[in-house]
Design a protein around this ligand. Structure first.
Ligand code: SF4
Length: 206
């Protein structure tokens, strides 16, 4: 089992690493070579290099929205998908406008598309946010399928719920980047709860 999160050696960040930890994943040379070769596949090569060069170009200068726009432009995408949460529809419109001003065609689909009650997929009536009432289910599979049908070249996830985002990633045919990770209690800044895991959020996480 790999435990990089608890490693203090960080040999992976050295040009000439010394002794590797006993369970260091870098000991899996076959797997590491396969991963490296995978970057050379036509569907990965340009994308990976472009994303990595972008990281260096705007390092600590550009916000993620700008990096997202530049990634699209540098990859030559002209048509992108925006899968967004109803709770962030105001932000979705702003992002849509920014993408359009950057010369991109934008296909946007809201999470509630379909208008199907949560109970239709087996969610218990008493497990709704407002038990007993009609509640439109989030529909990440439809969001992905609709963007697939619209032939978007790249998709942007904006504020999809935990787990719903996973299903969107699974069914999207185009690569996906997450512009906003939903976190209702931190203004969509999940890192805030992590920074404060030993203090203000101590009793609200575990
Ligand atoms: S890859 Fe190896 S050296 Fe790097 S953090 Fe993981 S265990 Fe440590």
């Amino acid at each position: 089992m790999y435990t990089c999160a608890h490693c203090n050696i960080l040999a992976c960040d050295e040009e000439h690493p010394g002794k590797l930890p006993a369970n260091c994943p870098m000991r899996k040379t076959g797997l590491m070579n396969t991963a490296l070769e995978t970057y050379t596949l036509p569907e990965n090569r340009d994308f990976y290099i472009t994303a990595s060069e972008l990281e260096a170009l705007g390092y600590c200068q550009w916000p993620r929205i700008k990096e997202t726009i530049l990634l699209c432009q540098k990859m030559g995408y002209t048509r992108v998908g925006l899968a967004f949460c109803k709770g962030l529809r105001k932000e979705a419109r702003i992002v849509d406008d920014l993408l359009r001003r950057a010369g991109l065609e934008v296909v946007s689909v809201i999470c509630k598309t379909g208008g199907i009650d949560k109970e239709c997929v087996g969610i218990a009536p008493d497990r709704k946010v407002a038990p007993g009432s009609f509640e439109s289910m989030c529909n990440p599979i439809a969001q992905a399928m609709l963007l697939n049908e619209q032939n978007t070249q790249f998709n942007i996830a904006l504020g999809l719920c935990v787990g719903h985002d996973s299903m969107f990633y699974k069914y999207s045919e185009a690569l996906v980047t997450t512009l906003v990770a939903k976190d209702r209690v931190t203004g969509h800044n999940p890192a805030a709860a992590i920074y404060c895991a030993d203090s203000y959020f101590k009793k609200r996480i575990l």
